[in-house]
Design a protein around this ligand. Structure first.
Ligand SMILES: Nc1nc2c(ncn2[C@@H]2O[C@H](COP(=O)(O)OP(=O)(O)O)[C@@H](O)[C@H]2O)c(=O)[nH]1
Ligand SMILES: [Mg+2]
Length: 346
């Protein structure tokens, strides 16, 4: 999964990108977008790795895309700036919470921009379809064009009313028709507020909370400054600020889970690993994330929940004895923290 950091220029995207990925933003790359990877920290995996002492421990990752952001004044350029995001699977709207601006207003304005960019794409396609339908073409093709046109008109009406296309409740076959447009309003969205040194303990304002269920906040610049201090000064400085730990890992997890992802684990003496999947994925889909052969030859999944495995002292045989090691079939919906062993004929 790739999440795009979006928002207005100067809202703190590149500062957040550097903090999350450890990659230095390269100004020469920013116009095309710059990608970095972040591990998704997981205490459960760390504990299991301490027990199994495997040769390799690997954490699930999330790709983060830094983008130039939109301009408030030269709006003509914004569609082009947003086009970079079409390849992203989700959007993190970064809001400037360190200057005095209104956060809810920033978010509402940004949402308007993406509605506008999507509308432009849909309307261009509508125009082209109208032209195509006037020409003499096989009936079958014309029928498909008519179906697409009717769907796009519904989408246009929705966007013009200022609503995102998620409110349309599109059927999977309809989503397929418009998938290639990669509409921004169809992508999962969450909000990140970059806080100043003075206000980072305050909860997000009520008018912002009313606009989004997925809000993560952190004083990014302060966190970065803290990370550059030596241990002793850091501890002292943090105590002064009333901070007990860095928010870094919580923020990555907040973004990862906020984007509708979760993990399952595979554990053993060779390797302990967390695998990123979409919430709601089935055992056979999870197997496919490990290797396509495992989904093709899928027979059963041996599954234990993390809580049961922990209770059993991380001993599979104890789970077997207590009946908490289950055999699940293809359609089993994987839960966050499941430990899975895929049985497949390969
Ligand atoms: N006080 C404070 N300043 C920040 C924070 N994040 C970014 N800034 C400052 O805001 C300016 C723009 O940040 P930048 O990350 O380049 O914004 P971008 O245009 O969205 O990439 C820089 O001068 C940063 O130092 C923050 O969390 N707190
Ligand atoms: Mg930047």
């Amino acid at each position: 999964m790739k999440v795009g950091l979006v928002g207005y220029s100067g809202s703190g995207k590149s500062t957040l990108f550097r903090w999350l990925t450890g990659v230095e933003p390269d100004p020469s790359k920013i116009q095309q977008g710059q990608t970095g990877m972040s591990h998704v920290p997981d205490e459960r995996l760390a504990k299991m790795a301490a027990k199994f002492k495997p040769k390799k421990t690997k954490y699930a990752e999330i790709a983060v895309l830094d983008t130039p952001g939109l301009l408030l004044t030269e709006r003509e350029d914004n569609s082009r700036r947003l086009a970079i995001l079409r390849e992203a699977n989700g959007l993190v709207v970064v809001l400037d919470g360190f200057s005095a601006g209104n956060l809810a207003e920033q978010l509402a304005k940004f949402r308007e921009e993406i509605l506008f960019a999507d509308l432009e794409i849909v309307m261009n396609r509508v125009e082209r379809l109208h032209g195509q339908l006037k020409r003499n073409r096989p009936t079958k093709e014309k029928e498909l064009d008519e179906i697409e046109l009717a769907l796009l008109k519904r989408i246009t009406t929705c966007l013009e009313a200022g609503q995102t296309t998620t409110t349309l409740g599109l059927r999977p076959d309809e989503e397929k028709v418009i998938r290639s447009f990669q509409l921004l309003t169809l992508k999962p969205e969450m909000v990140f507020v970059s806080r100043g040194d003075g206000n980072f303990t305050e909860p997000p304002p009520a008018d912002l909370l009313a606009l989004s269920n997925h809000i993560v906040t952190a004083p990014v610049k302060l966190e970065r400054e803290l990370s550059e201090l030596d241990e002793e000064s850091r501890t002292a400085f943090m105590a002064d600020l009333g901070l007990t730990a860095s928010l870094h890992d919580d923020v990555i997890r907040g973004i990862f889970y906020g984007m509708g992802r979760c993990v399952f684990f595979t554990v053993g003496e060779d390797e302990c690993r967390s695998w990123a999947i979409d919430k709601g994925m089935t055992a056979v889909e999870g197997a496919g994330v490990i290797h396509t052969d495992l989904s093709k030859g899928f027979i059963r999944a041996e599954v234990m929940s993390y809580a049961d495995f922990l209770k059993a002292g991380y001993e599979e045989k104890n789970c077997k004895a207590s009946g908490t090691l289950r055999l699940e079939s293809k359609d089993y919906v994987v839960h966050d923290g499941d430990i899975m062993h895929i049985r497949a004929s390969v």
